[in-house]
Design a protein around this ligand. Structure first.
Ligand SMILES: [Zn+2]
Length: 212
């Protein structure tokens, strides 16, 4: 093993392998267990920009427009995501309100903003300390973005309320679904490894190896 040479550990069998710079379309496979260790996506920066801009654009109507309208005995109740958090605060469930506020609103917004900034800095070839800090924060914050849990909550509420009155999904629900899809794709497909490789080349800390 050469000191300073980048390595990657197999998450299945713990084999330690020399890391190599991969072109799009190639993948790094563990020779011991045949597990795929890394598969770079094509054009990760532009893809990240498109998905984060889509998510951020859909966030405003998803948070502030009606998710669903509930009608019982002629009385309409319109609920938005922000109203839902406020109702939790007013009902005294402040800890749950804070959790929903952070995991369903602030963390996804922050994650998409961070991806947007990382992509813009990568496009401008600014591989300095700011980009490194943003990459580290993004890797931590993405674990807290739990839009899918909120979606599950909406579906459970829908099923429970449908027997008590008329329930209509609003425009906020369509925007929320779009935002959920764009954010999930961004989380799964955003290739931070290729950006780290560029940072390493810029700082002279990554040895260029030939791809397999
Ligand atoms: Zn392995």
């Amino acid at each position: 093993m050469l000191y300073g040479q980048p390595h990657i550990a197999c998450h299945e069998c713990d084999a330690l392998l020399a890391d190599v710079a991969l072109p799009a379309g190639k993948k790094l496979v563990c020779p011991r267990c045949n597990c795929t260790l890394r598969k770079p996506v094509r054009d990760p920066v532009n893809r990240g920009l498109a998905l984060s801009l889509t998510s951020l654009t859909l966030m405003v109507p998803a948070f502030f427009m009606p998710i669903m309208t509930f009608n019982m005995l002629g009385l309409d109740t319109v609920d938005t995501m922000v109203k839902g958090v406020l109702h939790l605060f007013q009902a005294g469930f402040w800890w749950m309100a804070l959790l929903v506020l952070f995991c369903s609103i602030l963390a996804p917004m922050l994650e998409n903003l961070l991806v947007l900034l990382i992509c813009l800095l990568s496009q401008a070839r600014r591989y300095g300390g700011l980009l490194i800090t943003l990459l580290k924060i993004q890797s931590r914050i993405r674990r807290w973005a739990m839009l899918e849990v909120y979606m599950l909550g909406i579906l459970v509420a829908y099923v429970k309320m449908i027997d008590s009155g008329q329930v209509h999904m609003g425009i906020g629900m369509i925007c929320f679904t779009g935002m959920l899809l764009a954010t999930t794709l961004n989380t799964v497909m955003f290739d931070t490894h290729s950006i780290w490789e560029n940072v390493g080349r810029y700082r002279g800390g990554l040895h260029e190896n030939r791809p397999r």
